[in-house]
Write a protein that binds this ligand. Structure first.
Ligand code: HSE
Length: 312
């Protein structure tokens, strides 16, 4: 039976599209995330072979592994194993646009791309709920704040209980206008996480509870509150010494009234402008003071990851 199952998907092709994400959004450390209109695209074919071969085009080309140790392939294999399905050989073409190591969710996108590719390849054979997708993606990524918006789109609140990770998707006020400023240098999430203290002062915890509650109101109803709502005392100051230019960009923008935060673990900066005119003003200020940083004016992606299956 196992062999029949492999044979039944040989020749199937899937095309997956996964959005970039920005996690934390200031005070919502390991909890809040937003999907952005900037995408990686993946083509996968199940073939009658024992191995997997990846062609990488764009970000990571010549850099990331192209065999079974590729993160997308590992994520596909993980999903097949999770549902006790025999793994076919794979031929992948990864069109990578999301910058690597910049805090825009590229590793979460790779994990989600693999899971969605497996979902597409196993279409009609295995049912995967949204809970299954989030559980697998969180296990592979380590925390749910990037993978939840990459999977489901929009603004997501992610949390874990004794039954695993959960999420709530929210729609964002139409005025909210994201700007991502991307530097040339990278930052390792592992290093950033190692700079976090084990415990924080109670006052700081209360400070972040207030700001992250306010942030949900600001992003969904009252964008004029975004500057106050994006203040943080849980992570950014602890990591600032490892990315001093990021700190300088955020300070300059916030002093001018813009809601700038570290995007994910950095070093990119996310500005959550309350309308397109404010975003343009922030982009102009950044271009004057930090001309080497690449500005990306993006929309909030409301769809999340998509997959199309082509049967042989
Ligand atoms: N919440 C995570 C962090 C996002 O800041 O470490 C990066 O993966």
């Amino acid at each position: 039976m196992r062999l029949d199952e492999v044979n039944s998907i040989i020749g199937r092709k899937v095309v997956v599209k996964v959005p970039a994400t920005s996690a934390n959004l200031g005070p919502g450390f390991d909890t809040l995330g937003m999907a952005l209109s900037y995408y990686d695209e993946l083509e996968v074919e199940a073939v009658d072979a024992h191995d997997s071969i990846v062609e990488v085009i764009g970000e990571g080309q010549g850099d990331v592994p192209t065999g079974d140790d590729n993160l997308v392939v590992k994520s596909i294999a993980f999903t097949f194993a999770h549902f006790r399905q025999p793994m076919p050989g794979l031929r992948l073409k990864a069109h990578n646009y999301i910058p690597h190591g910049r805090g825009m969710g590229s590793s979460g996108a790779a994990v989600v791309a693999g899971i969605m590719a497996a979902k597409g390849l196993l279409d009609g054979l295995v049912e995967m709920s949204s809970g299954d997708l989030l559980e697998m993606a969180t296990e592979l990524e380590g925390h749910p704040d990037n993978v939840a918006p990459a999977l489901f789109g929009g603004l997501t609140i992610a949390w874990q209980d004794e039954n695993g990770p959960k999420h709530k998707k929210l729609f964002v006020h139409r005025g909210v206008s994201p700007l991502v400023l991307v530097p040339k240098n990278k930052m390792s999430t592992e290093l950033a996480r190692s700079l976090q203290p084990q415990s924080v002062p109670h006052d700081d915890a209360v400070f972040n509870v207030s700001r992250s509650a306010l942030l949900i109101a600001a992003l969904t109803q009252s964008p004029e509150l975004l500057l106050a709502a994006t203040e943080d005392r849980l992570h950014q100051s602890y990591r600032a010494a490892a990315m001093p230019e990021t700190d300088a960009v955020i300070t300059a923008l916030r002093q001018a009234g813009h809601a700038a935060v570290v995007s994910g673990a950095g070093p990119s900066v996310l500005v959550l402008a309350s309308d397109p005119a404010q975003r343009l003003a922030a982009a102009k200020l950044a271009a004057e003071k930090f001309p080497l940083w690449q500005p990306l004016m993006l929309a909030v992606d409301f769809k999340g990851a998509t997959v199309i299956t082509y049967r042989k």
